[in-house]
Design a protein around this ligand. Sequence first.
Ligand SMILES: [Fe+2]
Ligand SMILES: [Fe+2]
Length: 173
Amino acid sequence: MPRNILKTLQSEHDALRDLFAEINDTTDRAKKGRTQLLEAIEQNLLPHAKWEETVFYPAFAERADRDGLKTHAEAVLEHHAVEDVVIPEVHAADPDTPEFAGRVKVFGELIDHHAKEEESTMFKLARKLFSAEELASFDEQYEEWKQSNAASLVIAGEKGKTQLKSAMKSLTG
Ligand SMILES: [Fe+2]
Ligand SMILES: [Fe+2]
């Protein structure tokens, strides 16, 4: 079987779904477990989201028709909503509180919704817009990028932004 970026992204969605199922199953006493699971979620989500935003989505938009562009706009806005609002609010709550549990639940629901839309609409279109060779080469590029310094810097920058936004949310309530 040739490699295929869409399969990789899909399996990363599934890994995220499993992690959210696990964190949603924790109690308010599981402070350490929740902290570790949130870290694992971000470790999985951030490279995935940043690579989609910087490489895959723009390549998709370049070839998409009107329906594809609408799907693309939805996906981009969902990423922004999660990065700018949801993740900072999760971080602004203490992991041993019901606030944290509620916010993490919404976080997981949005990721599941977003992943479903990608799988049922965007990836379906992408199978028509890109050749098997292109999908394989995206997959290679993605794997290389994930191991690069550039990726570590992008992820660190993203985490820094989250800390800043969550600190501001804690101030303003
Ligand atoms: Fe996405
Ligand atoms: Fe995705």
